[in-house]
Write a protein of this length. Structure first.
Length: 219
């Protein structure tokens, strides 16, 4: 039965992940000067990859949109179509059902968001592609952002799952998580502390998701 749920989530959300991946690859093409289409010309940025230009800002913007869109899509679509009761009457308990949905969404986000970092880093590590040095440690900030935005996916999932009103407290998890991540990245200079806070925030959001799923009346 769990295979059917996984396949359902993949079938319903692959196009959203595909759009995010396409946006990421276009961003990589712009910053590396690659020409993906013969009719579209890109401008090469002669600067140090991952350091001296807006790759990180672009990466965070696309990844943030992807994470939030996936989280809301996986929950709101079930409410709009009235399919929660159908899913909950399958021979799976609620925790397993929600865990499968979260697992598929997290894999889609993490895979799509990791691809541009790897592709851009491989390009930057290739001799002759740009007139500046490159070290793999330069990708650290991108990987930190990649991991941090998992919390935004979980917060969007929680906001879509909660039964509160939209003009009330329903978006509090999403707004609060966004403010916490912004504060953390602006104030905290220690990578280890940032990672620890990211993990703690993700665990709190996961616990909240399973609590709401277990106590919400979906009828």
């Amino acid at each position: 039965m769990w295979k059917a749920i996984v396949w359902k989530e993949l079938r319903e959300n692959w196009w959203l992940a595909g759009l995010g991946l396409a946006a990421h690859l276009h961003m990589v093409a712009v910053y590396s000067g690659l020409q993906l289409l013969p009719t579209v010309r890109t401008t090469r940025f002669w600067s140090m990859p991952f350091v001296n230009h807006g790759f990180l800002a672009s990466f965070v913007s696309v990844s943030l949109l992807l994470a939030v869109a996936l989280g809301l899509r996986q929950t709101l679509s079930e409410s709009v179509r009235g399919t929660w009761l159908f899913l909950l009457h399958r021979p799976l308990d609620r925790r397993t059902l929600i865990g499968l949905k979260l697992g598929v969404g997290a894999v889609l986000y993490l895979g799509c968001a990791a691809t541009p970092i790897v592709v851009y880093a491989c390009w930057a590590a290739t001799p002759g592609t740009h007139p500046s040095p490159f070290y793999w440690s330069m990708t650290l900030d991108a990987w930190l952002a990649w991991g941090s935005l998992v919390a935004m996916y979980l917060a969007a999932f929680l906001s879509g799952l909660r039964p509160a009103r939209w003009f009330g407290s329903r978006l509090f998890p999403l707004a609060g998580t966004g403010m916490l991540l912004l504060f953390q990245n602006l104030i905290l200079p220690w990578y280890s502390l940032r990672v620890g806070l990211d993990v703690a925030l993700a665990l709190v959001l996961l616990a909240s998701i399973f609590y709401v799923a277990a106590t919400r009346d979906f009828s």
